[in-house]
Design a protein around this ligand. Sequence first.
Ligand code: IMP
Length: 201
Amino acid sequence: MVEVINEGEPRAWSSGLRPLLEPEEIRRRVAELGREITADYRGRELTALVVLKGSFVFAADLLRGIDLTSKVEFIGLRSYGSRTSTSGVVEITLDAKYPLVDRHVLIIEDIVDTGLTLSFLRDNLATRLPASIRLAALLHKPARTIRPVPIDYLGFTIPDEFVVGYGLDHDGRYRNLPGIALLDDPAQLRLFEKDGRGSVD
Ligand code: IMP
């Protein structure tokens, strides 16, 4: 078991998880992104659009590092597919409360995998006539790209492996891990893939 740095008590990774990004590494990179976004949007009011559920941890940390007058909206998306990949069929399960017309919208997303979910969202948002749309994504798996989407603020590029933690889940679990890990047992994933049902959010 590998110990990770956390504020307060050190917390050990559970067995079955292989550490990929330690909490301190994530904290540093997210703070850098916050400073970059602050500089780029200087003089403008930002509307952060947080994509639920996976982005809630990243968004909470990123937004506290952005020194601008900002509003925060949430959007829930469900991508149908197996539990570890999307088919590109996306449904809005919760929509932003206020219109986005003339707003500078910054989408906050946990991971861009195939790009299908984000390209759906960008197309959908464009119809709402915002002043601008940009994307901040914590993780990108370029090897899986089906539809390329421009990522304006990217945390980390990662290999083509399924990751959990810092908001990201597998079958609803592991979102509360302070770091990001690979699931050690690929057989566990295949088990979930077999049924071909489920959804990712
Ligand atoms: P897309 O393939 O880019 O459309 O990604 C769709 C969604 O799948 C993401 O927003 C995540 O919620 C989920 N997802 C993709 N890859 C991973 C992963 O490695 N771990 C956890 N969730 C993932």
